[in-house]
Design a protein around this ligand. Structure first.
Ligand SMILES: C[S@@+](CC[C@H](N)C(=O)[O-])C[C@H]1O[C@@H](n2cnc3c(N)ncnc32)[C@H](O)[C@@H]1O
Length: 251
């Protein structure tokens, strides 16, 4: 299965992007949502890096994720902070709630994990159906420059003196027709110089053109679309920016 975020991937995520680690996104979301009175949904909530700080700001946020391992980490961090967010194991493609939300937020480029165009379109439709009249959708997308590279990488994280984790990314294929990048992610857990466990995940992401995504949002019933670069309200995307955020309102 693609984009699995299993046991070692979740551990690495937690070490690399712990609760509250911000790329400017936590402050951006807190600012955009400060007047949001209704419930907020964060699909692909992960370890709660964004959800937990927003809850502590007094916002009413809940989330879902496809990975039980990521959710378990989110629950543990929430318990540690004395918080009890509503969390469930669901997927972008099939999630369902009785209630309707004042906002749906998708930080960190997680929407790009949906690589099939028709499915991505259906997910946007599902987001819309789950918004209250006038509710807002805020989504971050990595610019395509971050994805079209075809080189691999190795990174490591120290757990203790004799224990560490490594992540090796081996690129497989960049598909310029489907606008997707496919790679293998090999996670390894090393203890006392021995390999304790390893996991291999197939990882795929889709890139979007700015105008393409704006058109799709309009087609799926969103209006009042604003596009920001690098979490700076009022700053339009330009060559070299690191993240592009779309904010749109349900018609
Ligand atoms: C980059 S992490 C983002 C976590 C968190 N939102 C943040 O900003 O730090 C992506 C998350 O998407 C989840 N995910 C991957 N595919 C998914 C799917 N089809 N439906 C729901 N969640 C999915 C993964 O399990 C992972 O927790």
């Amino acid at each position: 299965m693609e984009n699995r975020y299993g046991t070692l991937a979740s551990w690495v995520y937690d070490l690399d992007k712990p609760i509250g680690r911000s790329f400017g996104d936590i402050e951006f979301y807190a600012q955009r949502l400060h007047d949001c009175r209704g419930p907020i949904l964060e699909p692909a909530v992960g370890n709660g890096r964004v959800l937990l700080p927003l809850l502590r700001e007094g916002l009413d946020v809940q989330g879902f994720d496809a990975s039980e391992e990521m959710l378990e980490r989110c629950r543990a961090h929430a318990r540690h902070l004395g918080l009890e967010p509503a969390l469930s194991c669901q997927r972008f493609e099939s999630f369902a709630y009785e209630q309707r939300f004042a906002a749906v937020i998708v930080p960190a480029g997680s929407f790009q994990l949906v690589t099939d165009f028709a499915q991505a379109r259906a997910v946007l439709r599902r987001f819309r159906e789950h918004l209250q009249a006038d509710g807002r959708l805020i989504i971050d997308l990595d610019p395509c420059g971050a994805l079209i590279r075809n080189e691999g990488s190795t990174r490591s994280w120290t757990v203790s003196d004799d224990e560490w984790l490594t992540l090796t990314e081996q690129p497989l294929h960049v598909d310029f027709v489907d606008q997707t990048r496919h790679s293998y992610l090999r996670y390894e857990h090393w203890c006392h110089g021995r390999l304790a466990s390893a996991e291999l995940e197939r990882f795929s992401l889709r890139w979007w053109g700015v105008a393409e995504f704006e058109l799709l949002l309009r087609q799926e019933g969103f209006t009042d679309i604003c596009v920001f670069a690098d979490y700076q309200p009022g700053q339009a995307p330009k060559q070299g920016c690191a993240m592009i955020s779309f904010e749109a309102r349900r018609t």
